[in-house]
Design a protein. Structure first.
Ligand SMILES: Nc1nc2c(ncn2[C@@H]2O[C@H](COP(=O)(O)OP(=O)(O)OP(=O)(O)O)[C@@H](O)[C@H]2O)c(=O)[nH]1
Ligand SMILES: [Mg+2]
Ligand SMILES: [Zn+2]
Length: 318
């Protein structure tokens, strides 16, 4: 009998799948490997129990077989993770200075892939005014944005727990912005787990690892499962390989552009320098942030230069 489950982790070729009843160690059908569609953490899958397994698979500890991966909302290549709902994009207000272009790029990719972005600006106490300004820009662009400091742990939890929606969330951000510090504050048990895993395997922290999902519903006071992906090595660079878009899609990946689209003088307006462009007018009158438009122009150029074959390569590369 087929049952539905969610993959929590992959280790030594065996998947841990959470079903309604239990956590089950499973093998995946060989066919997944052959056609390059191997299941990853976050995947919703259909499984069959023991009867489907061979003796040697049982001996290796497997108690189920993954038959099918259910339709994915999105999938990241590195770290491998499927069906991400909420991404905490962590940047520091200073030390290191935030790269607005990197932030805007990741926001665009996430929006395009149906991932909700929550901007978290850390080290607020180093420059409270800048923190406020950054939050203002991103809230104005239609994102949720929060400024936090490690000096206010209770307040950080109060602000960020309610922002988690959907089933799977993860954190990302450049090196040194305070991701580990934030994880300590929000999910202390996760820091402990991460430490022990790397001690056991002796792997360096830059080794590409599989993601592992941890249930955090108890912290949020929810009855349905909510997971955070343990992805300590997750930086902005990892998104370069993530499914990217056509330049024609880019305006739609900037939520604050949406109400203006289709209203420019020219139907084929690229919103960069054209006369009668509604987006440019909005930048002039201050309703669209200048930095956001600059990032748009820069990303447009990047996509324009990326030849179709390169994009196709990125899409299929594993
Ligand atoms: N002033 C200040 N420093 C902070 C804050 N949060 C973290 N830091 C410091 O910033 C440095 C980097 O913090 P981490 O939490 O290690 O940053 P990370 O993003 O995990 O860094 P990587 O693991 O290298 O990617 C550490 O020295 C922290 O003590 C904060 O709110 N204020
Ligand atoms: Mg860290
Ligand atoms: Zn325009």
């Amino acid at each position: 009998m087929k049952e539905e489950g969610r993959i929590l982790s992959l280790s030594g070729g065996l998947y841990t799948v959470r079903t309604e009843k239990d956590d089950l160690l499973c093998y995946a059908r060989g066919a997944f490997r052959r056609d390059g569609t191997s299941p990853v953490a976050g995947d919703r899958v259909l499984i069959d129990r023991e009867e489907a397994l061979q003796k040697k698979e049982m001996e290796a500890g497997a108690r189920g077989l993954i038959l099918e991966v259910l339709e994915r909302k999105n999938v990241l290549i590195r770290p491998p993770l499927a069906n991400l709902d909420t991404l905490f994009l962590v940047s520091a207000v200073r030390d290191p200075d935030p790269s607005l272009l990197s932030i805007d790029k990741l926001c665009a990719i996430a929006h395009h892939n149906d991932i909700r972005v929550i901007l978290v600006f850390t080290k607020k106490e180093l420059d409270p005014q800048r923190a406020e300004e950054l939050c203002r820009v991103y809230r104005g662009a239609g994102f949720e944005a929060f400024a936090v400091t490690r000096l206010e742990e209770e307040e950080t939890r109060r602000l960020l727990y309610p922002a988690i929606r959907g089933t799977v969330c993860a954190l990302a951000g450049a090196s040194g912005v305070g991701k580990s510090t934030l994880i300590n504050t929000l999910f202390p048990f996760l820091s402990a787990q991460t430490g022990s895993v790397s001690e056991k395997t002796g792997r360096g922290r830059h080794t590409t690892r599989q993601s592992t999902l941890y249930d955090i519903s108890h912290l949020l006071g929810k009855t349905e499962p909510v997971y955070v992906a343990d992805t300590p090595g997750f930086s902005l660079l990892d998104f370069d390989r993530f499914f990217f878009m056509d330049k024609e899609d880019l305006p739609f990946a900037f939520p604050e552009f949406e109400e203006h689209l289709g209203k420019c003088r020219y139907t084929k307006c690229t919103h960069r320098t054209e006369d009668g462009c509604r987006i440019l007018e909005s930048v002039e009158n201050g309703t669209v942030a200048k930095s956001r438009h600059e990032s748009y122009v820069s990303l447009y150029g990047e996509l324009d230069r990326t030849k179709a074959w390169e994009r196709d390569k990125k899409r299929t590369r594993r």
